[in-house]
Design a protein around this ligand. Sequence first.
Ligand code: KDG
Ligand code: MG
Length: 409
Amino acid sequence: MRITAADVIVSSPDRNFVTLQITTDEGITGLGDGTLNGRELAVASYLQDHVVPLLIGRDAHRIEDAWQFLYRSAYWRRGPVTMTAIAAVDVALWDIKAKAAGMPLYQLLGGASRDGIMAYGHASGRDLEELFDSIRHHQEAGFRSIRVQTSVPGIDAVYGVPSQPGAGEKRYDYEPAQRTALPVEEDWDTAAYLRHIPSVFEAVRSEFGAEVPLLHDGHHRMTPIQAARLGKSLEPYDLFWLEDCTPAENQEALRLVRQHTTTPLAIGEVFNSVWDYQTLIREQLIDYVRSSVTHTGGISGLRKILDFAAQYQVKSGLHGPTDISPVGMAASLHLDLAIHNFGIQEYMHHGSLTNEVFRQSLTFEDGLLHPGEQPGLGVEIDLAAAAAHPYQPAYLPFNRLRDGTVHDW
Ligand code: KDG
Ligand code: MG
């Protein structure tokens, strides 16, 4: 089965998405997600200008060969742009292979290892009243596990907390990428954050009880010793995980954090290859791999990481914000269902315009996700709907400290 066309589709229904559609001479098409939040056009160009010409005429069934060819023949290895572009090709080819086999993709990955995929949702609030309301809202929507993010006294805009909660299903929808000409500036004060967060978890535990799994995202802002202190101070509240407590590029930092706390640690949403995890997994410095299929070279790339992690009892906790498109989310769900070392899956509902562009077969029932039983990924794109929402420039925010210094966001 030969590849006859590969089209890069950039659309902005509720936010920007880059999608690769590969077509074969047997008329089967496959979709891959190439969305890199805030840098979408870099991946679109990488695909359009450098990868698409290499795909035409290739055997669509040779997925691992395509992966190795794109990884090694570029000479310049790794990096988010390259690995996201490779992911788009890899996932589109898996979609094609599974459609050709007449099976949902998870069957080709070894079949289901579980009945459904435990998902966590994002609760947030500017104060405890709003936060409790948001937690209840998520529980009513079926989430059994909840990420807790909250404002910090003295800081105006904090990661994970909408500054103006909206109405209806968007009530607690935090979407960091703003479709504006310049990045939005947020502010940060680590000392104020460290003083405030333990009291929030104490209040949440006493309101919602001991059993609900609670998660928290530190979003890369602490030094190792600050992160160690936070992990220690949160131990009484039994977190499912503390995520991205230090900037992710320094693997050694987690060694110090680990020596001081038993709070489980998750990291890796900005990683893109197994080499980013080498020390973390081998020395068991983390408990959960936070990568997405979309940013780690696709199913073939992420599976290499997860198989390595499995040998060290490190589990998956795949990245699933709205900047992973429905195509990328479906790929994650098929992988989640098949692997043995599944931990949890992040899940945010996509907006209604996104659901017009991408028709999804996933289900979310009683806290569990399932990718559905359609052959392939189970996602189809409506090209006319995608064209009706052209790309819009968008940036993630950035942080400044009180004295004006740029800080990790
Ligand atoms: O593109 C950046 C977002 O995906 C990121 O800020 C979301 O940290 C995030 C999370 O845990 O979902
Ligand atoms: Mg995160």
